[in-house]
Ligand binder design. Structure first.
Ligand SMILES: C[S@@+](CC[C@H](N)C(=O)[O-])C[C@H]1O[C@@H](n2cnc3c(N)ncnc32)[C@H](O)[C@@H]1O
Length: 239
């Protein structure tokens, strides 16, 4: 079967450039947004982890920059932190990793995809700590953002870097106190808590990072008619 036909059989979260000029119709086309995240240009020799990879855009990008990459995600949508009213009762469209698997095969990628919740992600489970951990648009959907951050802090080597890119509440971000808005009071909710920028920074510190630097705020444009405010934070643990 041709690449275009194989890609057309799947739903896509990420726009990915596959061989033969095939471009997947992702919900998010991150190609023009990569600069906002401030990944190191050269990741040669680095061991990197992506948390919540979906179709793998960021994992493949880090591999392209030279890193050895592990990517974690959940395959069964019922295992995600849905508010109970939204939680799928049946196993929806089959396992989540089909897009990642196709792209990985076509790229000849060595990214190791591990089915593992961030809540269970430990150095023991993932073969040790990492020089860089990347997590984009995942924490915002979690019920226990601090537990996830504590796990991530445990996965970063001393002196290593955590890159976080998450939505934030713009109104609370104007206030001089750390606040988070409760969002799961509506039927369509896929977010429990929407922290301010100050709150995200404080949470990263609470979880174990010593230095937290805001690199950028930008609007991530979806291919549909909406955009999502993001703040990019870089955090490090002292050695
Ligand atoms: C909104 S997508 C973001 C995808 C990608 N990180 C990006 O920035 O484009 C959220 C991803 O996090 C994953 N995810 C949600 N809960 C998770 C958990 N507890 N552990 C690991 N991954 C999770 C989802 O399956 C999905 O792939």
């Amino acid at each position: 079967m041709q690449i275009a036909e194989r890609a057309a059989e799947l739903g896509w979260y990420h726009t990915l450039e596959l061989p033969d000029g095939v471009v997947t119709p992702g919900m998010f086309d991150l190609r023009g947004a990569v600069g906002h995240y401030h990944l190191p240009d050269d990741m040669t020799g680095m061991r990197a982890l992506e948390v919540g990879t979906w179709d793998g855009f960021w994992a493949f990008e880090m591999e392209r920059r030279g890193a050895t990459v592990v990517a974690i995600d959940l395959d069964d949508e019922r295992a995600l932190d849905w508010p109970p009213r939204r939680r799928p009762q049946t196993f929806p469209e089959g396992p989540r990793g089909a897009g990642f698997a196709l792209a990985s095969e076509l790229y000849g990628s060595a990214v190791e995809r591990v089915v593992c919740s961030v809540y269970d992600a430990t150095p023991e489970k993932l073969g040790g700590q990492f020089d860089l951990v990347f997590c984009g648009s995942v924490l915002i959907h979690l019920r226990d953002q601090l537990l996830a951050l504590e796990r991530i802090a445990g996965l970063v080597k001393p002196g290593g870097t955590f890159i976080s890119a998450e939505e934030y509440d713009p109104w609370l971000s104007r206030l001089p106190v750390a606040l988070s808005r409760y969002h799961a009071d509506r039927d369509a909710a896929v977010v429990f808590w929407m922290p301010s920028v100050r709150t995200w920074k404080a949470m990263l510190w609470t979880a174990g990072f010593d230095t937290v630097v805001e690199r950028e705020r930008f609007k991530l444009q979806a291919t549909g008619d909406f955009s999502v405010r993001h703040v990019v934070l870089h955090a490090t643990k002292h050695g």
